[in-house]
Ligand binder design. Structure first.
Ligand code: AMP
Ligand code: GLY
Length: 443
């Protein structure tokens, strides 16, 4: 199907969608896609405790499938036996492992880049080289392959440098050092095996300053649709204190980038990135996530990811118009020109992540979760690290357990709804930041 898309006059029928992944991001994608007109069925595999089991899905429109994201053959079997029209791959690991290639080679339409495109995220050295070649604004860097080489760079530069493991390190591979000594220790640790094979190569970067913002471009290989910018909160604790996490909350649209700012990002970053990918023979059909730092010299790319951000995705999905499924399908087929324009709700959307005791170092699992929340039009509870036991009781099973999302006509209203709704959810050790969105809330 994907291979014959160039001669299409209109998008093919789209009724059955498979979302691959188990996080809050995939719960939100399944929920949003199931709301699109014409969609009959959405499977989320392997999903989590918030995605209804097939037997109890009722009119939820989406349900779980228990195939692991690493089981490419079984996922393809399901696509064939269930006549899946579109696969949306959520996380980076299966993309880097070639899941999209495997499915696409068999004729399935896939939203998610091939393994070569996923290098944007899976190799920081590769991504830095691409940015350098395409003159995309980013911090100066050194790509090194031994501790001695790294220490020699530090010796010469005499400034603290950011130390990044080259490969996928589950968000833990970056040290923003504040002293030369700290940089040196991080270099020794990385080459000492702290990140396994992800740390066999290391990128050293100049340290940049400024607020961070996440921008997502839905790409069809040539064209793109840019979503409203979102701001994540990476630190565990209020006041942006404590260790780095996968993200503790987000809001969109982030006023840090207005229409003009977003256009600058399109011209300086996103278009050149897609062009540079094409020049490398990569037909990139999926999300380019540009993690930007807005410095005094303009936006600079801190990192690329080859997927939606989590929890930014949960924040953004409730704003997506009914065209979402068709837009993702059009990207998958390389034919965004055939897609309807994606409408975006004018609301403010926010989310707050509830984490388990011990997150991020050693999250405790197995705590019973009590949810007394009445379903409401203006909030959504997206699960991440949850599962059900034999009796169907909901238990925590990971570090970031749940995301409460809410919308409002302004950020104060949206955050008030999210925090009120979160009070109706309880589990032992549950903790969350109280100051998500402090940048846009009235004191
Ligand atoms: P990454 O995994 O590349 O997103 O890095 C994690 C976090 O480290 C980012 O969200 C930034 O807060 C910080 N960071 C990464 N690179 C730099 C840099 N060059 N300068 C300052 N902070 C950085
Ligand atoms: N929220 C940041 C990420 O998904 O990498």
């Amino acid at each position: 199907m994907a291979n014959s898309a160039s001669g299409l006059q209109s998008l093919p029928a789209l009724q059955r969608v498979l979302v691959v992944g188990s996080g809050g991001r995939e719960h939100a994608l399944g929920w949003a896609l199931s709301r699109c007109p014409g969609i009959e069925k959405v499977w989320v595999s392997p999903g989590n405790g918030g995605v209804p089991d097939p037997a109890s899905a009722g009119d939820a429109g989406y349900c779980r499938l228990t195939i692991a994201e690493s089981d490419h053959a079984a996922l393809l079997d399901h696509c064939r036996s269930a006549s899946v029209d579109l696969v949306v791959v959520g996380p980076e690991a299966p993309l880097a492992a070639g899941l999209a290639d495997h499915l696409r080679d068999a004729g399935v339409a896939v939203f998610g880049p091939s393994a070569d495109g996923a290098q944007l995220e899976a190799s920081k050295a590769w991504a830095k080289q691409l940015m350098q070649d395409a003159s995309i604004p980013t911090a100066g860097h050194w790509s090194i392959s031994s501790a001695e080489e790294g220490l020699a760079v530090l010796e010469q530069i005499q400034r603290p440098l950011v130390v990044k493991a080259d490969g996928l390190a589950a968000g833990k591979g970056v040290t923003v050092a504040t002293s030369v000594e700290e940089s040196a220790n991080a270099i020794r640790e990385a080459f000492g095996g702290r990140f396994g094979s992800a740390g066999e190569r290391v990128v050293l970067e100049e340290c940049l300053q400024g607020p961070e913002v996440s921008v997502f471009a839905l790409c069809d290989g040539e064209r793109m649709v840019i979503l409203p910018p979102a701001q994540d909160h990476k630190r565990l604790l209020d006041g942006d204190q404590g260790p780095n996490t996968g993200g503790m909350g987000a809001y969109a649209p982030a006023p840090l980038l207005d229409g003009e700012g977003l256009e600058t990002v399109r011209q300086l970053v996103l278009k050149p990135t897609l062009k540079a990918l094409r020049e490398r023979g990569i037909n990139y059909r999926g999300v380019i996530y540009a993690g930007l730092m807005l410095t005094q010299d303009g936006p600079q790319v801190i990192e690329y990811n080859c997927r939606f951000g989590d929890p930014e995705c949960q924040t953004l999905m409730p704003l997506m118009g009914p065209e979402l499924a068709q837009v993702l399908q059009a990207c998958a087929l390389g034919r965004l020109d055939l897609a309807p324009s994606l409408t975006i709700e004018a609301d403010c959307s926010v989310c707050v992540v509830a984490a388990a005791a011990g997150y991020p170092e050693a999250p405790r699992k197995g705590d019973a979760i009590q949810v007394d929340l009445q379903p409401g039009a203006n909030h959504q509870l997206f699960h991440a690290g949850t599962c059900r036991d034999d009796q169907g009781r909901l238990l925590s099973s990971g570090g970031r357990v749940l995301t409460m999302t809410a919308q409002g006509t302004d950020f104060d209203q949206a955050f008030a709804s999210a925090y009120q709704a979160l009070e109706q959810v309880r589990f032992d050790g549950m903790h969350y930041r109280r100051d998500i969105g402090h940048q846009v809330r009235q004191p």
